[in-house]
Design a protein around this ligand. Sequence first.
Ligand SMILES: Nc1ncnc2c1ncn2[C@@H]1O[C@H](COP(=O)(O)OP(=O)(O)OP(=O)(O)O)[C@@H](O)[C@H]1O
Length: 620
Amino acid sequence: MDPSIFLQYSPPSGLPQESKLATYMNRSTSTPTRSLNQALGKLSLESSPTSIKKLSNGAPAGMQQVLIGEFVPISYYSPTNILPDSPESSPPATLPPTMPPMPTNPQVHQENVGGTTYFYSTNDSLNTTGCLSSSASLVGAEACMGPVVSAAASPYASQIYSGTPTHMGAPMGSGKPGLAASFYMPETIRNEIYQRNEDVFLQTDLRQYPDLPENVEMYSDLTPLESAAPHSMATSYRAAHRHSGDHYALRRLHNYSAVGNKRLDVWKQIDHPNVVRLHDYFTTKSFGDHSMVLVYDYHPGCTTLMNKYLATGTQGPNAEANGAFHDPFSSDPDAPRPYTHQKNAMLRAVACGALLPEAVLWSLLVQLTAALRAIHSAGLACRSLDPTKVVMNGCRIRIAWCGVADALHPTASDMTQAQQEDLSALGRLALALACRSVHCDNLPASMDLVSRTYSADLKNLILYLLSTAPTRRSVTDLMPMIGARFYTQVEALERRADAFEEQLAREIDNGRLLRILIKLGVINERPELNMDASWSETGDRYMLKLFRDYLFHSVTEDGRPWIDQAHLAHCLNQLDGGTGAKVELMSRDEQSVLVVSYAELKHCLEQAFDEVMLAAGAAP
Ligand SMILES: Nc1ncnc2c1ncn2[C@@H]1O[C@H](COP(=O)(O)OP(=O)(O)OP(=O)(O)O)[C@@H](O)[C@H]1O
C-alpha cells in the first residue's frame, strides 16, 4: 500500500449516507481526536488484509480504488510476524488487576480518500482492552465448551503452532520432508486413531442376538465382542454406561452362584498400564439367569495375542498379514503339512522370516512382567495368563479379564502356588511367541529353535520361567535377564510420546479456531434476533459481517475468489488473540473501508455471541 494516497488528501467531513457503515458509525458519539497520519503510523500493513486486490471491476465512478500489492503469505507461524502489536505478548503479571470494560462506542476517526471512507479507532486504551477482553473471552469460550482454564496462564500469543521441533524432524542436511508431511498427521498415527474410533462406532447387527437385554443395570447398548460359543460359561460384551455414555467391556459369568469375594475389591484397586482395569462387578438377572457381570475398561481396536501372532491364517484376522507361523499340526486341511516333524516346521518358519524380531519379544515380555509384578505385589494372581486373555492395541499389551478366576473360585486359597503358576504360564506364552506356535509340547525342539534364533538371555528367561525346580521363583528375578533391554523399551516409549506430543502441538489450536468459527457462524447473517430483523446488519454484527466477507469472500483483481488457508488461520488467530493489529474491512457497496483492530473485532464477537446466548437461554 502506498501511504501517499492518504497523506495528500484533506478529509471531508461526514460519512457517505449510502454506506452501510453509517449504521455502525451512527452509534459513535465521539469526535476525531488524532490525525490520519497518526492513525496510519499505527497501522500494521505487513499483516494487513488489504494486500488483496479488490474492487478493480465495477468500482463506482469517482471512487478511489484501494489497490495494494498482492498478498504474500508471510511466515504465519513466526510469532514475531503474527502478533506485531499483540497485547498478549507481555507477561500476564504485567496486566492491571482489574479489567476495564470495552467501551461500547469507541472513539472513531473517519477519513474519506477519493470516495473511500476510512474509519480508525482512536481509543488509545484499545490495546489494553483488547488484551483483557481476550483473556475474558477465553474464559467465556472455555466455559461454553468445556472446563475453564486460566487465561493468564496461557497467553494466546504463545498458542500458535511454532513448527516441528528439530528433534522430531529430519536431521539438517538430510533433505526436506515434504510440505504435506509437515501439515498432516502421519498415516500410522491417523490409522491407529481411526481404527479405534471405528471400533467404538461399529454397530453389530443386533438382530442376530434377539435375547440380548436392552439394559443391564447401569449399562445399555450391549454388543457381543465375540460370537458366542455354545455352552459357553462366559460371554464378553461392549456396553455404554447409561449416564456417562462411556464404553466398557463386560464379562458375564453365566449361572453364577458364588457369593461375593473380597479379592475383586483388591482387583479394582489395580491401576496399571498393562492390566485392563476392573471397575465394578454385580450380579444380575437381566440375562434370564443369575449372572455375575464384571465391568472393565474398554480398549477399542483390541486384538488378542492369539489372533495377532499365533493363530493360523484362517483363524485370525491379523495373523496372515503378520506372517503367522503355520502350525504343522493344524486341523486346517489347507495348512502346510510338515514333511518330518515340528522342528522342521519351525526351521522353515525361521527361513521364511515368520518369527518375531527379538526386540518385539522383549517389548512384550517387559510389559507382561510389569503387569505380573503389579498383580503379585498386590497379593493377587492372574490365574489365566494365556494368549487369548492378553489383548493388544498399538504397541501396548494388557492382561484382560483379571479377577474372573477369583470370581469363579472365590475359595481358592493358595496364592503363592497361583503366582508360581502365573510365572509358568508366562514361560509358556514366551515360548509360544518365540516359536509362533501354541504347540510347543516338544520342548527340546522348541528350545533348540529359541537358542538358534534368539539371544541366550531370552532362552535363559524362558528356561527359568518353565523350570519345575522346587525353588520359589519371583517376577523380580527376571529383571537381571531383561537387563538393558528395559532401557530400550523406555526409549521406544519416549519416542512414541514425542511423536504424539508433536501431533498434539499441531492440532491443539484446531478446537480454538473451530470455536471462533462457530461463534461467527452463529452471528453472521442471522435473519433476526429478539424480533429485530436488522440485527445482523447493524452495530457490532455489521463489523463481523464485513470481517466474514473479508475472510471468506475476498476476490482477486479480476474477480476470482482469493483463498489462502494460511491467511485464514492467521486472521482467526489474530481475532482469537484480540491483537492490536489492524484490518481493513470493505463495505459491500465498496464505498467505505473500516479500519479496526482485531481487539475491537474480538470485542464485537464476544458481545454479539453473548447476546445470542442470552436470547437462547431466555424463557419462551
Ligand atoms: N477390555 C477390552 N476392551 C476391548 N476389547 C476387549 C477387551 N478385552 C477383550 N477384548 C476383546 O474381546 C474379544 C473377545 O474376548 P474373549 O476373551 O471373550 O474371547 P473368547 O475367545 O470368546 O474367550 P472365551 O471363550 O473365554 O469367552 C477379543 O477379540 C478381545 O480382543
